[in-house]
Design a protein around this ligand. Structure first.
Ligand code: ADP
Length: 245
């Protein structure tokens, strides 16, 4: 099943082109790593895929529907760059935050035992079942990211979209977080991940889209590693490629 389909998508902020003539498909079960230099249009491309921006030209389908008509928001879990630093000022507990993912399923806003069980399972899966009563603004960045994932799992999301989710998270928690993503993907959840550390992406992702406004590569990770796409995409800006090995 096709989760996201982009055909010749172009988008500019005023005169500043951000995405130019990009065509790509994300298929159910993919773990797509979206890579490219700073300012290369990765976040913009993800926004376009999720319908958070409208293309200047080209077409975008999400779960087989034109993205502008897509309404099943609970099928998508989105974790932004800022999520690590954002606790919010409201004293919301981990369990309450994860439970928000359940409201679309709960009739008339009343939670059943099944809903509560789904929330517990989600907290268990992401490894924070013991933190259910903790306020989310008292969590570490890495733990907080897991709350967002738990909320998506509780809502039975089919697609997780993450934009540099581990900025500010220490190396060990970061590695554990990526292991979690990999195991969720093994369980069938489709993942789109923006991550500046190329090593992390090539270790975990099954497919890579490499962009610098235009698409330099879209295909499986192995063919990306063997190609010159990365050097070419970064060469266009002179930025340094960060390898983590
Ligand atoms: P990346 O995620 O790869 O760093 P972005 O998609 O954030 O790239 O940005 C792509 C280009 O669009 C950059 O040149 C950036 O400066 C520009 N841009 C991003 N957001 C905006 C905005 N809200 N208004 C104007 N220009 C923007």
């Amino acid at each position: 099943m096709t989760i996201v389909d982009l055909e010749h998508v172009t988008f500019a902020y005023g005169e500043q082109p951000a995405v130019k003539d990009v065509s790509l498909t994300v298929t159910e079960g993919d773990f797509l790593g979206l890579v490219g230099p700073n300012g290369s249009g990765k976040t913009t491309l993800l926004y376009l895929m999720l319908g958070l921006r409208s293309p200047d030209s080209g077409s975008i389908e999400l779960f087989g529907e034109p993205v502008s008509e897509f309404e099943d928001g609970e099928r998508i879990g989105y974790v932004s760059q800022q999520a690590t630093n954002r606790g919010g000022s409201m004293p919301v507990t981990v369990r309450e935050a994860a439970t928000m993912g359940r409201f679309a399923h709960a009739g008339h806003g009343r939670l059943t035992d099944d809903d509560r069980a789904a929330v517990n399972d989600a907290l268990e899966t992401v490894g924070i079942a013991d933190l259910g009563d903790r306020q989310i603004n008292r969590l570490s960045g890495g733990q907080r990211q897991r709350v967002y994932i738990a909320r998506a799992l509780a809502s039975e999301a089919d697609l997780l979209a993450l934009d540099e989710p581990t900025v500010g998270v220490d190396a060990e928690s970061r590695d554990e977080f990526y292991q979690l993503l990999e195991s969720l993907n093994d369980d069938g959840i489709t993942i789109i991940l923006i991550e500046h550390d190329i090593g992390v992406v090539t270790d975990r992702a099954t497919r890579i889209a490499c962009i610098n406004t235009e698409l330099y590569h879209h295909g499986d990770t192995e063919s990306f590693v063997e190609s010159d796409a990365l050097t070419e995409a970064y060469g266009a800006t002179g930025q340094v490629v960060h390898h983590h090995h």
